[in-house]
Design a protein around this ligand. Structure first.
Ligand SMILES: N[C@@H](CCC(=O)N[C@@H](CS)C(=O)NCC(=O)O)C(=O)O
Length: 218
C-alpha cells in the first residue's frame, strides 16, 4: 500500500510543504490528499484524518504520523538508504537543532509574512520582530554552510536534506515579500527555488481553485 500524505492548501500551507517537498525530492512514492482548511467541509474532513485537525499527516497503511518533523523522522527511519538527514553525527545533530528551531520559532515572521505560493513578489516592510527573525535565519544558513556545507553544492549541508525542507517555506516568505537578504542567502534561496520538487508544488498551488481572501488581497 503506498504512503498517503494529507496536506492543506498548497498555496498557503507551509507545514504541509515540508514533508511533501522532501518526499518529492527523494522520489519516495506517495499519494496525496489535499484539503481546503479555509472551508468548514475541508476542516471537518481534516479532523477525521488528523488527530490534531491539522495537516500534514502521513498514513502508512494503518499507521498514522502527524506533525511535520515527526513525519520527516519517520520517513528517514523507513528509508535509511536515503540521506534524509546528513550522514555524519555532528552534522545530523546540527540539522536536527536548526530544524527544531524552525519548527518552534519565528512567529513574528510567520504572522507578518504568510506563505503564499501564488503571490507575485512585492515589497513589504518587516516589523522589527520579523526583521530579527530574518537576521537569525540568515545566521543559521550562513553558519551551517560554513560548518557543514560544500563549496560545490548549494544546500545547507551540501546536498538537499530534511533541514532544507524545513526552511523551504521561509524561502517563499523572504522571496515574495522581498526581504532584504545577503547575496549568500539569496543564492541559497535560488537553489531551493530551482528544485524540481519546488516547481511541482508551485505548479499545483497555481492551479488550486480555492482562494482565501485574507491572503489574496495582500
Ligand atoms: N506543528 C504542526 C503544525 C501544523 C499546522 O498548523 N497546519 C496548518 C496548515 S499549515 C493546519 O492544518 N491548520 C488547520 C487548522 O488549524 O484548522 C506541524 O508541524 O505539522
Amino acid at each position: 500500500m503506498p504512503l498517503r500524505l494529507v496536506v492543506a492548501n498548497k498555496a498557503y500551507s507551509s507545514w504541509s510543504m515540508r514533508p511533501w517537498l522532501l518526499m518529492a525530492h527523494f522520489h519516495i512514492p506517495f499519494e496525496e490528499t489535499v484539503v481546503n482548511i479555509y472551508d468548514e467541509a475541508g476542516r471537518k474532513k481534516l479532523r477525521k484524518l488528523s488527530p490534531t485537525g491539522k495537516a500534514p499527516v502521513l498514513y502508512d497503511g494503518d499507521l498514522r504520523v502527524w506533525e511535520s518533523l515527526a513525519i520527516i523522522e519517520y520517513l528517514a527511519e523507513k528509508h535509511p538508504k536515503l540521506d534524509i538527514w546528513p550522514k555524519k553525527k555532528a552534522a545530523r545533530a546540527h540539522a536536527r537543532a536548526i530544524s527544531n528551531e524552525m519548527h518552534a520559532a519565528f512567529m513574528p515572521l510567520r504572522q507578518h509574512c504568510p506563505t503564499n505560493f501564488r503571490r507575485e513578489p512585492k515589497f513589504r516592510e518587516l516589523t522589527p520582530e520579523a526583521a530579527e527573525n530574518v537576521r537569525r535565519i540568515e545566521i543559521i544558513w550562513a553558519e551551517t554552510r560554513e560548518m557543514f556545507g560544500s563549496k560545490k553544492k548549494p544546500f545547507l549541508f551540501g546536498d538537499f536534506c530534511a533541514a532544507d525542507a524545513m526552511f523551504a517555506p521561509v524561502v517563499n516568505r523572504l522571496h515574495i515579500y522581498e526581504a532584504p537578504v545577503s547575496p549568500q542567502s539569496r543564492a541559497y534561496m535560488d537553489a531551493i527555488m530551482a528544485l524540481p520538487a519546488w516547481a511541482a508544488w508551485h505548479k499545483d498551488a497555481a492551479r488550486e481553485k480555492w482562494r482565501e481572501a485574507r491572503y489574496e488581497e495582500m
